[in-house]
Ligand binder design. Structure first.
Ligand SMILES: Cc1ncc(COP(=O)(O)O)c(C=O)c1O
Length: 398
């Protein structure tokens, strides 16, 4: 048998597993034992990929577009992204050499961080946050300075905390709004204040906009569209959430060409290229009819109402209304601070899979993340199962 030291690097020891995938693995085990669960843990639209996108992918396979392609992405998709991203975000024209394609956004976040950060570089991101940012920073030995989101302000960034942490030593500021796990959205005034700080301290901004189509109240604003920001912003977006394409693995970034060249070098050294026929499906997504996306957004809006009302009807749980993405992030501190224990209880005793908020950072402690990318019927079933089970939570409300 191998000694454990021989199978893992010290860098690997700094990585953790994304909470959603850990809960999903346990949920699948329970299902294999015959349990019928409601899945509110994974951030994945339950809708099918729209028909015209599937057809484009199938046609590309039939046309034998099944070979290697450039590490930056195929020219046709890079051009389609350039047109789409400039129009959707109100940006000046984007050139092909500013666009990078990747197999999913997680990969691109990684390659961007790996191409920019040296050990000791300071990187700022929100707490709570999607775990890729903290994992990337830890692996690269960058110095992470998480900035609080404030629940009372609907999970917008605490700008005073940001001002206290950003400095000339900051290399990278990571934003992700609409936000995973809270559903928070920044106002234009927030973005202007953040842009001012980024310019003052000459900071590069990574704006993870994968939920940009999932806004329910106000129109989406990209920080890249603010004066002086395009030249220092890396806009990242993907097809997983907007087009229900999680399993296709497809995403893009728009960034200054000098940064793009380095990220393409990372792509070349990690995955070589993105599946060619998948990129053709991506062109159909960007250029085809938008109605399927709008129909999904309308359904998510209805589910948001059901999820928030349902959670607020449970004793000991309070939930602010998320403005975007498809997550609710209720406060459960009246029941417990040990959110992971509560998540385990709900999985085992209520057959409801959800994630403890502390999986996303310390500020998430005492909260839970419920994805409402599930049917209205299943959301209602989950709420009733929790209503029944919660009084049995050890030390919980009765
Ligand atoms: C904020 C955020 N960024 C990036 C991703 C990665 O998406 P994908 O790798 O499916 O493109 C996710 C997925 O949950 C996410 O929530």
């Amino acid at each position: 048998m191998l000694a454990s030291a021989s199978v893992s690097s010290s860098a690997l020891g700094r990585l953790s597993t994304e909470g959603a995938f850990a809960v999903l693995a346990r949920a699948r085990d329970l299902e294999a034992m015959g349990r019928r669960l409601v899945h509110l843990e994974v951030g994945e639209p339950d809708f099918d990929t729209p028909e015209h996108i599937k057809r484009a992918g199938i046609a590309a396979i039939e046309a034998n577009l099944t070979h290697y392609s450039p590490s930056a992405g195929i020219a046709e998709l890079r051009d389609a992204v350039a047109v789409y991203a400039a129009r959707f975000r109100g940006l000046e024209p984007i050139s092909r050499d500013e666009v990078v394609i990747s197999p999913g956004l997680k990969t691109l976040i990684w390659n961007v961080m790996a191409s920019l950060l040296d050990p000791g570089d300071e990187v700022i991101y929100a707490d709570p946050a999607y775990p890729s940012y903290s994992n990337g920073a830890a692996y690269l030995q960058a110095r992470a300075l998480p900035v609080r989101l404030s629940e009372s302000a609907n999970y917008r960034l605490d700008l005073d905390d940001l001002a206290a942490k950003i400095s000339d030593r900051t290399k990278l500021l990571i934003l992700n709004f609409p936000h995973n796990p809270t559903g928070g959205v920044l106002t234009r005034a927030d973005l202007e204040a953040i842009a001012q700080q980024a310019i003052k301290h000459d900071v590069i901004v990574l704006s993870d906009e994968i939920y940009c189509r999932n806004v329910y109240d106000d129109a989406f604003v990209s920080i890249a569209s603010l004066p002086g920001m395009r030249e220092r912003t890396i806009v990242l977006d993907g097809f997983s959430k907007a087009y229900a394409m999680t399993g296709w693995r497809l995403a893009y970034g728009v960034m200054p060409a000098a940064i793009a060249r380095n990220v393409i070098l990372m792509n070349n050294n990690t995955f070589s290229c993105t599946a060619t026929f998948v990129q053709h499906a991506g062109i159909a997504a960007l250029q085809g009819p938008d109605e399927p996306v709008q129909a999904m957004i309308a359904e998510f809006r209805r589910r948001r109402e059901a999820m928030v009302a349902g959670l607020n009807s449970l004793p000991g749980i309070t939930c602010v209304k998320p403005q975007g993405a498809f997550y609710a992030f209720p406060n459960v501190t009246q029941i417990t601070n040990d959110d992971k224990n509560l998540a385990a209880f709900l999985l085992e005793e209520a057959n409801v899979a959800a994630i403890g908020g502390s999986c996303f950072g310390e500020v998430g402690r005492g909260h839970m993340r419920f994805s409402y990318a599930n049917s209205l019927e299943n959301i209602k079933i989950a709420i009733e199962r929790m209503r029944e089970a919660l009084p049995r939570f050890p030390g919980g409300t009765s």
